[in-house]
Write a protein that binds this ligand. Structure first.
Ligand code: PCA
Length: 324
C-alpha cells in the first residue's frame, strides 16, 4: 500500500515537473435519451469546456440514466459520487419546494416569460441549491406541457380512475385533481410503463412523447402549455470550490453559451415534435374549453399550495416576475 502511494506520488511529481499533468476527467450523468436536445447540449457543453480549459477538463456525458438513474443523479452529485450531473429541477421540489418555481400552472407559458420567471427565481433557487451542496451551471427549458391520453378527453368526467404517469409531486397533485391515479415513472422507463399498462396517460412536452414513440400506445395529445419546466446541470459544491479561478470562468462561459443555445433549440423544436406525434397517428389538438377551465382551477390551487409551502420567498419570486 505504502509502496503504491510512493510510486504514484513519484509519477505525479514527475508529470507536474514536466508540465504534462493529465487532464482532469469528469463523468456527467444525464437523465434523458442520448438523442434528446438536453443530452445533445450536454455534449456541446462538454466540448466547450474542453476547448475553454485548453484540454484541462474533459467531461464524458452518460445520457439516458445509464450511469445513475434520473432519480439518483442529484444525490450522486451532492455526495460527490459524480462531480457533475443533469436532472429535471422540479423533480426535487419535494426536497426544497422552491425548486418547483417552474412548475406553476399557467404562470409563464412562453419561452420569453419562462426566461423572465427564471430571472426572478434564480437568486433564491441558487441559494437553496448551495445549501444542498450544489452549484447550478446552466438550466434549459422543455417545451410547454400538455396531456397524453389513450382516448378523447373533453373534461374530468373522462379522466376518472385513469392511471397517470407523474414526474414530480406537483403533477401527482394535478392528476389527483382530475380523479386520476398517479404513479411516478422516469422518462427512460415511460414506454415500458405504457406498454405494460402501469400508466395510460401522462403530462409532458411533445419532446418526451416523440423520444418514447408514444403513438405506439396512446392516441391523443392535448396542448395545454401549462408550464415550461427546466433541467439543470449541477456541480458538487466542494468540487466547484476546489477549482482554480480560470477553470471556474471557463465552465461559466461554456455554461452560459450552452444554456442559451439549448433554450433556443427547445423553442425551435416544439412544433416539430407535434408534427411527429401527428405523423405517428396521434390526434394533436388544443384542450377544449371545459377541460382547460378545470385545469386552470386545479392550477390555481396548486400555485396557492406552493406559495404556502415556500412562504415569503415564493411570493417574492412572483412579485419580481410580475414587476419585470
Ligand atoms: N419531459 C420530461 C420532463 C418534462 C418533459 O417535457 C419528462 O416527461 O420526464
Amino acid at each position: 500500500m505504502n509502496t503504491v502511494k510512493i510510486v504514484m506520488g513519484a509519477v505525479l511529481a514527475a508529470a507536474t515537473f514536466a508540465g504534462t499533468a493529465s487532464a482532469e476527467k469528469w463523468d456527467m450523468p444525464m437523465a434523458y435519451s442520448a438523442t434528446n436536445f438536453h443530452s445533445e447540449h450536454g455534449v456541446i457543453f462538454a466540448n466547450k469546456v474542453k476547448e475553454y480549459t485548453k484540454g484541462g477538463l474533459e467531461i464524458t456525458v452518460h445520457p439516458g440514466g445509464s450511469l445513475f438513474k434520473g432519480g439518483e443523479i442529484k444525490r450522486a452529485v451532492q455526495t460527490g459520487q459524480a462531480p457533475i450531473g443533469e436532472r429535471f429541477m422540479s423533480a426535487h421540489a419535494n426536497e426544497a419546494p422552491i425548486l418547483g418555481w417552474d412548475n406553476l400552472p399557467f404562470l409563464a407559458t412562453t419561452y420569453a416569460d419562462n426566461e423572465k420567471l427564471w430571472g426572478a427565481a434564480k437568486g433564491k433557487v441558487n441559494a437553496a441549491l448551495s445549501k444542498q451542496n450544489l452549484v447550478a451551471l446552466y438550466t434549459c427549458p422543455w417545451p410547454g406541457q400538455g396531456f397524453y391520453f389513450n382516448k378523447e378527453v373533453t373534461s374530468s368526467a373522462d379522466t376518472q380512475g385513469v392511471k397517470f404517469r407523474s414526474y414530480n409531486s406537483a403533477t401527482a397533485t394535478f392528476a389527483e385533481g382530475l380523479g386520476m391515479i398517479p404513479v411516478q415513472v422516469e422518462a427512460a422507463e415511460l414506454s415500458q410503463a405504457l406498454a405494460t399498462g402501469v400508466a395510460e396517460a401522462f403530462i409532458s412536452s411533445g419532446s418526451t412523447g416523440y423520444d418514447r414513440k408514444v403513438w405506439e400506445h396512446l392516441s391523443h395529445y392535448y396542448k395545454v402549455n401549462a408550464w415550461l419546466p427546466r433541467n439543470y446541470v449541477m456541480v458538487n459544491k466542494g468540487v466547484w470550490d476546489g477549482l482554480d479561478g480560470a477553470t471556474q470562468t471557463a465552465l461559466q462561459k461554456a455554461a452560459a453559451e450552452t444554456g442559451a443555445l439549448c433554450a433556443a433549440k427547445s423553442e425551435n423544436l416544439s412544433e416539430f415534435y407535434f408534427k411527429e406525434l401527428a405523423k405517428g397517428g396521434m390526434k394533436v389538438e388544443f384542450a377544449g374549453e371545459k377541460f382547460l377551465g378545470e385545469l386552470k382551477t386545479i392550477g390555481a390551487k396548486m400555485t396557492a399550495d406552493w406559495l404556502k409551502l415556500v412562504g415569503d420567498d415564493g411570493q417574492a419570486i412572483l412579485d419580481a416576475y410580475k414587476a419585470k
